[in-house]
Write a protein that binds this ligand. Structure first.
Ligand SMILES: Cc1cc2nc3c(=O)[nH]c(=O)nc-3n(C[C@H](O)[C@H](O)[C@H](O)COP(=O)(O)OP(=O)(O)OC[C@H]3O[C@@H](n4cnc5c(N)ncnc54)[C@H](O)[C@@H]3O)c2cc1C
Length: 245
């Protein structure tokens, strides 16, 4: 089975977020970047599948050279090889088009994305890739089994779960619970140094969205502690100050 896992590289969840150039650019100074957590889950599930039924797992990223540390991490976790499309990921359509342009001649059985990137939170790349390649897709999948001819996917829905079947090739986006991400071991880290990482130049595409500005949410106000015995004061604050009840 030939699997492609799309990985985006995002700021670590503990990063202090700030912007520069009049709030038009993300300030990456001092920020540590990680593989998007949903993509790590997709990667682990892809590895589990090829361990069961054989195959290869390729990771792909649209990004500049600074994403290679995280691409190597994906190789250390166990991916067979990697592709970096050498371009700044300008918008979701750009990213999906670059990935699709690469994938269309490679005959992947299964393409994984995460359900969303935890920085720009678009949640759209999975559907766009499927549309561009003319493939079926299943979004936000928390369990996935395959026998190599079809996938059986479980999705959480309001108040329950649903199970869907889909013939391969298809595109699937990963939700938490899909797998338990793996930590690279020393053998994996050593092996990753020599695994193939192909760099492909991007095709020129028009930018559809232009980022105008960023804005931080209002700073959180301090926590007001209320004595456990003083329920009246709590009710008064909720009713008269916060107007929540
Ligand atoms: C320097 C910079 C400038 C940007 N400028 C703009 C702009 O002008 N307008 C704009 O709309 N956006 C801009 N972006 C955001 C960028 O377009 C997003 O990375 C892109 O839209 C995908 O993020 P998303 O939240 O839409 O992806 P989602 O749809 O939330 O991502 C879902 C999944 O798609 C895959 N994926 C997402 N991104 C990548 C990637 N780069 N490589 C491989 N797989 C990926 C991952 O599997 C991810 O889990 C900019 C980003 C950067 C870093």
């Amino acid at each position: 089975m030939k699997i492609l896992v799309c990985i985006s590289v995002v700021p670590d969840t503990t990063s202090k977020i700030s912007f520069k150039d009049n709030n038009t650019k993300f300030n990456s100074d001092g920020v540590q970047f990680i593989i998007n957590p949903y993509d790590e889950m997709a990667l682990t599930r892809a590895l589990e599948i090829v361990e069961q039924i054989n195959g290869t797992v390729t990771v792909i990223n649209v990004g500049l050279a600074d994403t290679e540390t995280n691409i190597r991490k994906a190789l250390a976790i166990g991916a067979t090889d990697a592709v970096r499309i050498n371009a700044e990921p300008k918008d979701a359509m750009f990213v999906a088009t670059q990935i699709s342009n690469y994938a269309k001649n490679e005959n992947y059985d299964l393409i994984f994305t995460g359900r969303e990137s935890i920085d720009h939170n678009g949640g759209i790349v999975c559907g766009l890739i499927a549309e561009i390649l003319g493939l079926p897709s299943i979004n936000i999948v928390s369990k996935l089994e395959t026998d190599g001819t079809k996938v059986t996917a479980t999705r959480d829905i309001d108040g329950g779960r649903e199970e869907l079947e889909c013939k391969i090739p298809c595109v699937v986006s990963a939700q938490k619970d899909l797998s338990e991400p793996r930590i690279p071991n020393m053998r994996g880290i050593m092996a990753a140094r020599t695994k193939p990482l192909k760099i492909v130049e991007a095709t020129s595409e028009n930018e559809l969205n232009t980022l105008v500005s960023f804005e931080l949410p209002p700073a959180k106000t301090g926590v007001k502690m209320i004595d456990a015995e003083n329920a009246g004061e709590l009710l008064d604050l909720l009713r008269n100050e916060k107007k929540l009840i």
